[in-house]
Write a protein that binds this ligand. Structure first.
Ligand code: SF4
Length: 338
């Protein structure tokens, strides 16, 4: 059973159009496959017995996001973090994210990450190499502050819909009198192409645009044109890479930039996709993107078992092997990459 009231992201307006409040994770699911989006977010079904534990990379991603929030919440309050506190933060979040269960389900990935002691060490490394510098340079404006549910960020309108953007950056900071949204990410390892994963995409440009809109609403006329992606490698980089090259970093920051033209282009594209979403909702017609069936978030689609059977058999399979799921809620993070 769902553990919260489903958030309804679309609403029929008196003029016959739809109002949509969408975020990057919702749009990503829609882009992956309309049929997947329909089953997951409109019909709200999930396979029964879907592993209770999160996949290990996702569990570590949630753990990392939690510990980062605690770190920067301290910085916002001007509180120091002792060595004991670092350990306590790691432990608290370890238990909260049920890492042990995810580790049992995926021992190979757990081994390459290391155990709780490895996690504490990683946090200590981050503290020494990144956090102490941030402490000097960053003024924390907000930690995990969501926006958009009160229609603060209007994207635009079509003859079928009115669209608002929703999001929750991990941090918003001021550095050198410039405002930046920041998101913490984990990845298997940091390579030459890691930075390419964050642009183009909806999440970071959405934060950048929204940050400027929200600042203006607070009476602050500031240009926001870049963000920070704060990346951490789950795998401890080896001291002696096999190819003899330089050691890979454990932590790295990327700074995607966005011009006004890019932001306008993103808004136009988002409106087109939302217009299509409204068409699908109103007609109940959803296309099947069969090229994605074996590769949704880098694994077999949850609905493969259903859609690989005949139409006549599907109702029975749906009743027998699927159940009502936990509906999308705003601010849920995007599923982690492998
Ligand atoms: S099995 Fe294929 S067509 Fe069906 S929802 Fe998944 S990706 Fe879409």
């Amino acid at each position: 059973m769902p553990n919260h009231e489903p958030y309804v992201f679309y609403k029929l307006l008196p003029d016959g159009r739809f109002k949509l409040n969408v975020d990057a994770s919702l749009m990503k699911d829609f882009d992956l496959c309309e049929r997947y989006f329909y089953l997951k977010h409109i019909k709200n079904v999930r396979p029964k017995g879907l592993a209770i534990a999160k996949p290990f990379p996702m569990a570590i991603g949630s753990w990392w996001s939690d510990v980062m929030d605690m770190f920067y919440e301290h910085l916002k309050k001007g509180e120091d973090i002792s060595k004991d506190r670092i350990q306590e933060i790691a432990l608290l979040s370890w238990a909260k994210n049920n890492i042990e269960a995810s580790a049992l389900a995926d021992p190979k990935k757990f081994k390459s990450f290391g155990d709780l002691a490895g996690a504490v060490l990683m946090l200590q490394e981050y503290y020494d190499s990144q956090y102490l510098i941030d402490k000097q340079n960053w003024k924390i404006v907000s930690v995990e502050q969501g926006f958009g549910l009160k229609d603060e960020v209007h994207i635009g309108e079509t003859r079928r819909c009115v669209v608002y953007w929703v999001g929750k950056p991990d941090l918003t900071i001021v550095e050198d009198r410039r405002l930046f949204p920041i998101d913490h990410k984990t990845t298997n390892s940091i390579g030459a192409n890691t930075g390419d994963e964050y642009k183009p995409g909806d999440q970071m440009i959405g934060y950048v645009h929204s940050c400027e809109v929200l600042a203006k609403q607070l009476g602050i006329d500031i240009r926001v044109d870049r963000c920070v992606v704060n990346v951490c490698s789950r795998t401890r980089p080896t001291d002696k890479p096999r190819n003899g090259g330089a050691k890979k970093p454990r932590f790295k920051r990327y700074y995607p930039n966005y011009t006004r033209d890019e932001i306008e282009e993103w808004k136009r594209d988002l409106l087109l996709r939302c217009d299509r979403m409204v068409h699908c909702i109103s007609t109940n017609e959803w296309t099947w993107r069969k090229t994605a069936c074996t590769n949704i978030y880098r694994r077999m689609c949850d609905f493969h078992e259903l859609d690989s059977k005949t139409p006549a058999a599907r109702e029975f399979i749906l009743a027998a092997n699927f159940q009502e799921g936990v509906a999308w809620k705003p601010y849920e993070p995007i599923e982690e990459e492998e």
